[in-house]
Design a protein around this ligand. Sequence first.
Ligand code: GLY
Length: 279
Amino acid sequence: MAEVPLSKAQLLPGFTHAVVRALPQSLAKEALRTGSLEVDLLKAQEEHDKYVSVLKHRLGLEVVELPADEALPDCVFVEDAAVVCGDTALITRPGAESRRKETEAMKAALTELGLSIVEMTDESATLDGGDVLFTGREFFVGLSMRTNQRGAEILADAFKDYAVSTVPVQDRLHLKSFCSMAGPGLIAIGASEAAQKALKIMQQMSDHNYDKLTLPDDLAANCVYMNLPSKGDSALRLLLQVFEKLKDHMLIPVSNQEKVKVDGALTCCSVLVNRKKNI
Ligand code: GLY
């Protein structure tokens, strides 16, 4: 890994808005999943309400709440429908055909927020936002069962100011099934072989030296980090002792036990945007 020191102050924007979507009842039986555990819809609803409440009331974001669509069982996982960086929103072409229409409501919401919209219309491209890790300096795009090379190329065209590297994702749904940014220049990464292998590739591809925080459980490495000047550094995350090493962070544990049964991690449930308030 090259010796370019990170200027941490420049990394990772603050956020003013979050786009979330209500949970459809169809999630329990029809959402896509790699496992077979039964979802308790009531508990899933409670978890989601708490998540949205933290964004609104603890972190002070303006939250745009899209209505659920029963015909789109995975629609609560809004992250997959768009990648937002600066003033640009790339509306994706999700890898699962059953999820493609989720992008319509997301496009409308992000247009309303005044973002410049780029649409992934190429029918050979697929990309889920869950495969996109933005570090503040560059993008890593997981090549997974949902995201392909063409999807990564279109993302690179949409965000020309940043380098984009691809990382093969093995044995997991998305790249962010085992990693996320947990602070400026700090990558939270799971301890599994798949996660460590992906991290090694990211380190080899990058000109930047990232710090890493290794979590024993891959899913716990998926946290929502945001730098909110009025609140200090914040991380919205699953409860795990190792995060307590992050002394400067305000840590807000949020349970995610039900949505995880349908492969939904914490970052999956919001699209974070940095705009002036009250647009
Ligand atoms: N259930 C989330 C997904 O498979 O995309």
